[in-house]
Design a protein around this ligand. Structure first.
Ligand SMILES: [Zn+2]
Ligand SMILES: [Zn+2]
Length: 264
C-alpha cells in the first residue's frame, strides 16, 4: 500500500490510498484538472479511483467531489453527518459508513474526532493483502483516547500539524480566528501532533506524514523540527516529512520510504 498526499491544507486536501488493486481518495478538495495532473506522474487516471471517503464536509475537503462524481462515477462514503453536509447530487448516491466499510482490498473504519463540522472523522485503513495499517487524521482540535486507541500500532501515519502555537499567537490572524484554530474543535498544533505521534507509535510505525500545514502559521521546516523534538526514540526511527500544500508529496508505504526520507 502506498499513500500520497495530492494536496494538503486550507486550499485543498486530497490523499490517494493505493493498494495496487484498489485505489481510493480520502477527501477531494481539488478540482478535476488539478487532480488529473497530480495523479499522472503516479501512473493513475481519475477513472481508476473507485471511491472517495470524506472526513468532513468543509469545502477544502469536498470542493472537487460533485464534478468528479459526474465524470468518473466514484462511490462517495462518509459518516451520516458528513454526507448530510454534501451537495444534493452527492447525497443521492452516497454511502453512509455505520460500521466498517470494505472497498476492494481495503477495510475502512471511521473514528469520530473533535472539529467544527457535522460529524467529522479520522480514517483507519487496513490493506487486507499486506496487513499494512494506516491512520489518516486532519482537521481535529484535540485527539481523543478513542482515536489514540484506533491508531496505535499503525504502519503509516498521516496526522495534522497545522500551526506553531507561537506563530499563531503572534501572527496576523484576527483574534476570533486565532481562537477558533487553537480551540478544542479547531486544528492541531505541531506540539499536539508530536504528542499524538508519541502516543500511537509502536515498533510498527514506519512513516509519518504531517498534514494540513498552515501557510501563515507554520512551515515544513518548523513542523518537522518541532515534531522531531517532541517525539520519543521509537517514533524517531520512522521517516518524517511534511505534506506539500499545492503539489504531490512523495509517497509513503511500500518501497517508498527511502525516497520519502530523502525528501525531508
Ligand atoms: Zn481542512
Ligand atoms: Zn475542517
Amino acid at each position: 500500500m502506498r499513500i500520497v498526499a495530492l494536496a494538503s491544507g486550507s486550499s485543498g486536501n486530497a490523499i490517494l490510498v493505493d493498494s495496487g488493486d484498489t485505489r481510493i481518495l480520502v477527501d477531494c478538495g481539488i478540482g478535476p484538472r488539478t487532480l488529473k495532473t497530480r495523479l499522472a506522474p503516479l501512473g493513475i487516471r481519475p477513472d481508476e479511483i473507485s471511491a472517495v471517503v470524506v472526513t468532513h464536509e468543509h469545502s477544502d475537503h469536498t470542493r472537487g467531489i460533485p464534478t468528479a462524481l459526474s465524470r468518473w462515477r466514484w462511490m462517495v462514503a462518509g459518516s451520516a453527518g458528513t454526507i448530510r453536509g454534501l451537495s444534493a447530487e452527492c447525497r443521492q448516491t452516497a454511502t453512509v459508513i455505520r460500521q466498517q466499510l470494505r472497498i476492494g482490498g481495503l477495510d475502512i473504519d471511521l473514528i469520530p474526532i473533535a472539529h467544527d463540522a457535522n460529524e467529522p472523522t479520522a480514517i483507519a485503513i487496513t490493506d487486507r493483502a499486506s496487513g499494512i495499517r494506516a491512520g489518516i487524521a486532519h482537521d481535529l482540535g484535540q485527539p481523543s483516547d478513542a482515536l489514540i486507541a484506533a491508531f496505535r500500532g499503525v504502519d503509516l501515519l498521516c496526522i495534522e500539524a497545522n500551526h506553531d502555537a507561537e506563530m499563531l499567537r503572534n501572527g496576523p490572524y484576527p483574534v476570533f480566528l486565532k481562537q477558533r484554530v487553537a480551540s478544542g474543535t479547531g486544528h492541531l498544533s505541531n506540539d499536539q501532533s508530536a504528542a499524538f505521534i508519541d502516543a500511537v507509535s509502536t515498533r510498527e510505525l514506519r512513516a509519518v506524514l504531517l498534514l494540513h500545514l498552515s501557510a501563515v502559521n507554520n512551515s515544513p521546516a518548523v513542523a518537522c523540527a518541532a515534531t522531531k523534538r517532541g517525539i520519543n526514540r521509537r517514533a524517531r526511527r520512522a521517516t518524517l516529512a511534511a505534506a506539500i500544500r499545492k503539489a504531490t508529496s512523495p509517497p509513503i508505504g511500500d518501497h517508498h520510504d527511502i525516497q520519502f526520507a530523502l525528501a525531508i
